[in-house]
Ligand binder design. Structure first.
Ligand SMILES: NC(=O)c1ccc[n+]([C@@H]2O[C@H](COP(=O)([O-])OP(=O)(O)OC[C@H]3O[C@@H](n4cnc5c(N)ncnc54)[C@H](OP(=O)(O)O)[C@@H]3O)[C@@H](O)[C@H]2O)c1
Length: 269
């Protein structure tokens, strides 16, 4: 029996997921989508061959509902869904910062809920998606969420209590690397390079370093030591990074992101 999956609120993340699922082998005829604007719904049908439906129709028809609206729109969406979702449907939330208890309180008793925090590299199939189950989610439900989000990158199961820390590391993570590239490109300009050349040098160095970190099996300290020769150029740069407290700044920055994620999850603005 084919399992119908509906993506509700198909924006940037929802569409990335949808197209990843189709490339991974899901039949478009088993995929339903909802959108707020009719022209957006038609765009999704034309691009992916999926079926646009209303939120209520998706709730009645699909076995798995993936909710990818912005956190501030989740209350309205759940209000539309709640009267129609049978308690045996799996709810997967992709919204940052909303705990599984929020869904459990608003849906029929016993509804399984899985919370996923992905990140923007989902757009290029290099996501890091962190997955946690609510009170009624079984191992099979978590495996199903892993299969879906595995279509756009890596997945990792964590207890829900670690979701705020994961949001700080991987949810916001790509932004820190964009920021580093921006700052290093500025440094290239200071050193007399044109911006486009500086950008290319830094981006390719970032890609090379990322692939080595992923594939070499070496600890980052070892990889850095390999390019840090005695009295050489790299150690001169590292000394300045230490003098300017970059390591301490990163630790404090991620702690601040974790704390903000906790605040948002508890409902404060
Ligand atoms: N982008 C990221 O960096 C990122 C990373 C990780 C997780 N997330 C999470 O992923 C979720 C989606 O983010 P996004 O960047 O993909 O947002 P987005 O592009 O704004 O997508 C959300 C979509 O939901 C639609 N929508 C809103 N209310 C609706 C309703 N009641 N029924 C049907 N459709 C509705 C919106 O319609 P309109 O087009 O009319 O507004 C929009 O197309 C968020 O919860 C976010 O926390 C995002």
């Amino acid at each position: 029996m084919s399992q119908k999956v509906a993506v509700l609120g198909t924006g940037k993340i929802g569409e990335a997921l949808l197209s990843g699922m189709i490339r991974a082998g899901w039949a478009p005829s088993d995929l339903l989508v909802t959108a707020r604007r009719p022209e957006r719904a038609e765009e999704l049908r034309a691009r992916h061959g999926v079926t646009p439906v209303s939120n209520a129709e998706a709730a009645k028809t699909a076995d798995t509902l993936i909710l990818t609206v912005k956190p501030q729109d989740m209350g309205t969406l759940l209000g539309e869904l709640a009267p129609h979702v049978p308690a045996d449907r799996l709810i997967i939330s992709g919204a940052a910062g909303i705990p599984t208890s929020y869904f459990e309180e608003r849906l029929a008793p016993g509804t399984p809920v899985v919370r996923v925090m992905t990140n923007t590299p989902a757009l290029v199939d290099e996501a890091m998606s962190v997955i946690s189950g609510g009170t009624h989610a079984t191992d099979d439900h978590l495996a199903h969420a892993e299969e879906i989000f595995g279509a756009v990158g890596k997945t990792l199961r964590v207890p829900e209590s670690q979701q705020d820390a994961c949001t700080a590391l991987s949810g916001s993570g790509p932004a820190y690397f964009f920021y580093l590239v921006e700052a290093m490109t500025d440094a290239g300009i200071l050193l007399g390079l044109p911006r486009d050349k500086a950008h290319d040098l830094i981006v390719q160095s970032a890609i090379g370093a990322a692939v080595m970190l992923r594939d070499s099996g070496e600890h980052p300290v070892k990889l850095r030591e390999n390019v840090t020769s005695p009295a050489g150029t790299t150690i001169s740069a590292i000394r300045e990074l230490e003098n300017h407290g970059v390591r301490a700044a990163l630790i404090a920055a991620l702690e601040a992101a974790r704390d903000r994620s906790r605040e948002l999850a508890s409902g404060s603005n």
